[in-house]
Unconditional design. Structure first.
Length: 108
């Protein structure tokens, strides 16, 4: 979709520019095709989501992500001055990932 819009925009703008040499026009056309290809590849990649099959590793990864989310929320709450909420979120993170994993993080 973006590639089509980009190509349409370029088609509208290029004729209004000063006439360029044939070699320059070819270079611009080549660059446009290259960009269109890259955009199409990026759009296709957005649709792909890598998922791990259920297992010990994927469970631990999900747990660490939840713990990290809790820590981020705790830090935001602490910065806003909500110490009680920060402490509760920090405790949630400790329960999620284990106290050993958070030894180097100061309690919030």
């Amino acid at each position: 979709m973006r590639a089509i819009a980009f190509a349409s925009l370029c088609a509208l703008l290029l004729p209004s520019c000063q006439p360029a040499a044939t070699a320059e026009r070819r270079a611009v056309a080549t660059a446009m095709r290259h960009l269109e290809t890259r955009i199409a590849a990026l759009e296709a990649k957005e649709g792909e989501k890598a998922t791990l099959p259920p297992g010990a590793a994927s469970s631990r990864i999900a747990s660490l992500r939840r713990g990290a989310d809790d820590l981020e929320k705790a830090e935001l709450a602490r910065r806003r001055g909500d110490a009680a909420r920060a402490a509760a979120l920090f405790q949630d993170a400790v329960e999620e990932v284990g106290a050993d994993a958070l030894v180097d993080v100061e309690p919030l």
